[in-house]
Design a protein around this ligand. Sequence first.
Ligand code: ADP
Ligand code: MG
Length: 313
Amino acid sequence: MHQEREPAVVVDGLRKTYGEKVAVDEISLNVYEGEIFGILGPNGAGKSTTVESIAGLRVGDRGRIRVHGIDPWTDRAALTEVLGVQLQEAKLQQKITVQEALELWSAFYPDPEPWAPLAERLGLGAHLRQRFENLSGGQQQRLSIALALIGRPRVVVLDELTTGLDPRARREVWDLVRDVRDRGVTVLLVTHSMEEAQLLCDRIAIVDAGRIRALDTPAGLIDAASAATITTFETSVAIDLASLRDLDGVTAARSENGTVTVEGAEGVALAVVEVLRTQGVAPQRLRVAAGSLDAAYLDLTETDTDVRQEALR
Ligand code: ADP
Ligand code: MG
């Protein structure tokens, strides 16, 4: 359905090295207008390098990027009219107040969105005189989203915007991101949180070690992961595991201490129960669990365990 539309963002063969280090290794992707597109991966995967190249803040060694037809590496001035950016490491001056920051940013654009209603919409209306250093983490993030939106961008880049926020603040920011998209802004969202990617994104690129490992909808990624559905049950009689493995869509079947586990495509649980019935086996404690993006992610990223644990938190 996307094919007829010209993508909002085109990344074609992006490569970026820092000395010997290959940070981004031939990344290509299209982001379509109106999408929330996620770039998901562990720390060091090359996510920020990719989006900062899209935002014209880094220039690739190779490749081609277009944002609504604009080359971000040669035409930063035109780019700022279509792209807003909230950067991972962006820190405002500690003493600046919310209102001062909003006014300062407004001055950068020929036709800024009026900052007062924007601040109100982002829940900052009561904090206009507060200094940046005295805002909570969630308020700081909401301010950085406001600043990214003030130039009426068609595309907004949000890099790890909920990292470090408490669960309530994260949920508020997620609602905001959906609200931004509902207003017609294309969102390019960088995250190392699978939960966030699964909840917010229309499509996700899973990136690891500078390469895209998979690119699909959240449901598509889960289906493609080895354990899309996990069926377990207990039984006191011996089961013919081969008859389960032979079923269409089953990828694995094993038995351990009287508990049988069958992994496979969605819907295999019904076939498993049917086979057991023909064998005269009554399964006990039957459980069917849908696969998750976690399984897909772990399947597709091969970074060392520490980084993985970090990403899983
Ligand atoms: P992510 O955002 O996925 O955590 P980054 O794009 O920030 O990843 O970094 C990708 C890799 O490039 C990492 O190994 C990082 O250490 C390295 N890197 C990033 N920026 C620089 C830089 N300015 N100089 C040298 N190495 C860098
Ligand atoms: Mg980063």
